[in-house]
Structures are given as C-alpha cells and as structure tokens.
Design a protein around this ligand. Structure first.
Ligand SMILES: Nc1ncnc2c1ncn2[C@@H]1O[C@H](COP(=O)(O)OP(=O)(O)OP(=O)(O)O)[C@@H](O)[C@H]1O
Length: 256
C-alpha cells in the first residue's frame, strides 16, 4: 500500500525554479496496479521516484506499507527500499554480467547470504520464463528478454511494490504485450503492488486498475479501469485515451 499526501518536488531548471510534482495525493491499495499517464514533462518520472525516495520531497509524506519513508533514518530507508523494486525504460542491466549474475548482484547488495542467493536467482528467473537464459549476457538477449531479467532482478528481493518507469517504451508493440503480461502475472500471482508510468494509454489500460492523469506536476484526474466506459473529464485525459497505438490482446501472452 502506498499513500502520498501533499507531495511537492521542486527543481532548478535552466529557466529557473520549477515545480515538477505539485501537491500530489495518491493512494494505491495493496495488490493493485496504479497507472500514471501524462505527456512529457508532466512529472510522472519524478512522482514514481518520490515513492522510493530516489527523489526526496520538499514537502508532504510518502508512506509505503504504513511507514512514512521521509521520517526514517538512512539504515531503515535502505531496508525499506530493498522491498521496493524498480524497472526502467532502458533495463539498466550490467553488460559484463550474465542474466543470473545481474539478478544475484541485487541480492548481494541487499545483504542476502551466498547460500540463499542461488535459489532466489533461479526462482526469480523462472517467474519470467528465463531459466534457460541464466548464463546469457544482456547483448545476447532481446529487448523483451532484457526487461524480463530486469523484472527478475526486481523480484529477487521479494518486494511488496514494483515501480515501473516507462518499462515498454524501448521495445516493440509485440514485446510490450509480453512485458505487460509478465507484470500482470507478478501482480496477480505474487500480489505485488505495481505503479506503472507511461505515456501510452494502451499500456496502462492493459493492466491497471486506476490511472492517475498528470499535467503540470498535478494529478488532474483519475480514470477507473473497471470495465465500465471511460468518461474522461479533462481535455488532457480525453486526448490521452484517444488510442493511437493499438496493442493486441493480452491473451497473446508470453511472446518476444
Ligand atoms: N533532476 C532534475 N533537475 C531539474 N529539473 C528536473 C529534474 N528532473 C526532472 N526535472 C524537470 O521536472 C519536470 C518533470 O519531469 P519528469 O521527468 O518527472 O516528467 P515526465 O512526465 O516523466 O516526462 P517524460 O515522459 O519526458 O519522462 C520537467 O520539466 C523536467 O525537466
């Protein structure tokens, strides 16, 4: 469960101060998938990075699983962060490590003992159906496979929350479907709460329960994806749900 209250983040940009995230409230129930959508510069990446305190808010509170992360000391923050996985647009795998070693490194950093690591690596790679690629280096993997290794790396530490910052922006539409299907599986099978940032409505529509629409650092609207017709009120939401890129059904899962 994630609860942001009155969260604001300011930066100093080339043209002076700017408010990237402006007094945002957001509640993500445990086990749900929260989409965050908006145009470039809306504040989406900053908002998701505020959830694990990669960015520290100037004001407001950020509670994950009941603890306000802005109030804990560095040791506790590190412990809490280990339970918040993150995946990125460009996968961020280390090129000189195999898939298994990339996953293992995350466990080593989190202080997991050698004996437990091998089993956890094998389990995490199995979740994303990459057991047969454990010894492969990233350069030998497709974009979709690399993102699945990144998902496995995030899962290895048994997180309660998985933050996904544009996880499908660097892959083709077919691979997008595959990555989304694994994320959905992670959510449903492991009960992990997911926050997913994207600028494509079709990506969130495929898996999210609720979409926060951002504009100018604010959440301007929520769209519930409960099967009922969407009735966007703001112009920005109306524009964003105007599907320009159609994804094939998630039923065609586990490809790419
Ligand atoms: N570290 C930083 N220093 C200065 N300005 C920043 C920093 N990070 C973000 N910004 C600015 O904050 C605003 C919001 O950026 P953010 O990356 O959160 O938007 P976004 O919606 O994720 O955009 P995109 O889809 O392009 O990634 C932008 O104006 C951006 O230039």
């Amino acid at each position: 469960m994630i609860t942001l209250r009155g969260v604001t983040k300011r930066f100093t940009g080339p043209d002076g101060p700017l408010t990237a995230v402006d007094d945002v409230d957001l509640h993500v129930p445990r086990g749900s998938v929260q989409g965050i959508i908006g145009f470039s510069g809306a504040g989406k990446s900053t908002l998701i990075r505020l959830i694990n305190l990669l960015e520290r808010p100037d004001s407001g509170s950020v509670a994950v699983d009941g603890t306000d992360l802005t109030t804990v000391d560095d040791v506790e923050l590190r412990r809490r962060r280990a339970k918040i996985g993150m995946i990125f647009q460009h996968f961020n795998l280390l090129a000189n490590l195999t898939a298994a070693q990339n996953v293992e490194l995350a466990l080593r950093i989190a202080g997991v003992g050698k004996a437990a690591r091998a089993a956890r690596v094998a389990e995490a790679l199995a979740v994303v159906d990459l057991s047969d690629k454990a010894g492969a280096y990233p350069a030998k993997l497709s974009g979709g496979q690399q993102q699945r290794v990144a998902i496995a790396r995030a899962l290895a530490n048994e997180p309660s929350v998985l933050l996904c910052d544009e996880p499908t922006s660097a892959v083709d539409p077919r691979t997008t479907v595959s990555v989304l299907s694994y994320l959905k599986e992670v959510n449903e099978r492991l009960g992990i709460t997911i926050v997913l940032v994207t600028h494509e409505m079709n990506v969130v529509r495929a898996i999210a329960d609720d979409v926060a629409v951002m504009d100018g650092g604010k959440v301007v609207e929520h769209l519930r994806l409960d099967g009922s017709p969407l009735r966007p009120e703001t112009e920005i939401a109306q524009f964003l749900i105007d599907d320009r890129i159609r994804l094939r059904s998630l039923e065609e899962t586990h490809v790419g």
